[in-house]
Design a protein around this ligand. Structure first.
Ligand code: ATP
Ligand code: MG
Length: 292
């Protein structure tokens, strides 16, 4: 299958709770509202935290069953028409691939979500599920979007493989804990394994960078030492911007809004603005190198 034409970026780390979802959701809002882009955010985590951040509980409970990423990766078997079969029935029109997407209200640009639910975990125990199906699906709708972001679960499974398969780039959010320098080479090894063994010819997946998140001077007093050890342990570039610990990141989720709405001016907004500048610059550079 040819690679996607629309740039796609996974937010990945094998460690949980490092801010992958918070960052993916907020970058999605920023790309739409600050940069006027048409954004698709793919939630491929059975914990469905990105989905909970963006959609009302009532929609999640009542309206998502059968209309999530699970149904793309592991579709129900086609139902056979009942009857003698004498009269040939007219074929039903093919349902729109956009039926899985939810539009999120934004001030500018556009933001759509491909949601997830808990039953996405079942995909892992179904040998019929195929990790190539996400990319195949995205091919059908990608022309409606300028950029695709994918929020990954913290473990390696067919779900992460599906995300890797559909990703041109990846960002690694990292909390500056003592063990961070050990985790990143493992993450790189996993990506190398994927590229080398599963998709040597077609897959491409380049790192856009490592970003330090949830940095709290109380717990991470020596975090700059950790950052230097990380830089020594990998060739992946570290973003200059980091994200400080702030309860505002947690507070914005139940409101289904981005962190920058929690404050008019302040650290969280400024850090996201700086990160977005770096992110766009790296993305544009990588895209123009790719086009050469
Ligand atoms: N900069 C921050 N300061 C404080 N809390 C944060 C920050 N970023 C994210 N959080 C909070 O930390 C928790 C973990 O973040 P998040 O869910 O984004 O991590 P994750 O890497 O996606 O986790 P998982 O691996 O389980 O999917 C969430 O409650 C989130 O609101
Ligand atoms: Mg998450």
């Amino acid at each position: 299958m040819p690679a996607l034409r629309t740039p796609s970026i996974s937010f990945v780390n094998l460690k949980g709770g490092v801010g992958k979802t918070a960052l993916a959701v907020n970058v999605a809002f920023a790309l739409a509202e600050w940069y006027g882009r048409s954004v698709l955010l793919v939630d491929i985590d059975p914990q469905f935290n990105a989905t909970q951040h963006l959609l009302d509980e009532s929609i999640i409970v009542k309206g998502l069953k059968g209309k999530t990423i699970k149904d793309i990766l592991d579709p129900p078997p086609p139902t056979m028409p009942v009857g003698t079969g004498k009269k040939k029935k007219k074929k039903a029109p093919r349902p729109s691939p956009r039926r899985f997407l939810r539009e999120i209200e934004v001030a500018d640009g556009s933001l759509h979500l491909l949601p997830s639910l808990l039953d996405l975990s079942f995909v892992n125990r179904n040998p019929q599920a195929q990790h190539g199906r996400l990319e195949k699906y995205l091919h059908e709708i990608e022309d409606d979007f300028d950029i695709i972001l994918i929020d990954c679960p913290p473990t390696i499974s067919i779900l992460t493989m599906a995300a890797f398969n559909a990703s041109r780039y990846y960002v690694i959010p990292v909390t500056p804990d003592y063990f961070a320098p050990i985790g990143i080479p493992l993450m790189e090894e996993e990506v190398e394994y994927f590229l080398g063994n599963l998709h040597a010819d077609t897959a491409e997946m380049q790192p856009l960078g490592i970003v330090f998140t949830i940095v709290d001077q109380r717990w991470h007093a020596n975090w700059e030492d950790v950052a230097n050890r990380v830089k020594g342990a990998t060739e992946i570039e570290v973003f200059d911007t980091h994200f400080s610990h702030s309860k505002r990141w947690r507070d914005c989720a139940p409101k289904h809004r981005p962190v920058y709405e929690e404050e008019r001016s302040g650290t969280q907004r400024r850090q996201l603005e700086q990160f977005m500048e770096e992110f766009m610059e790296r993305l544009e550079t990588a895209e123009s190198e790719r086009a050469e």
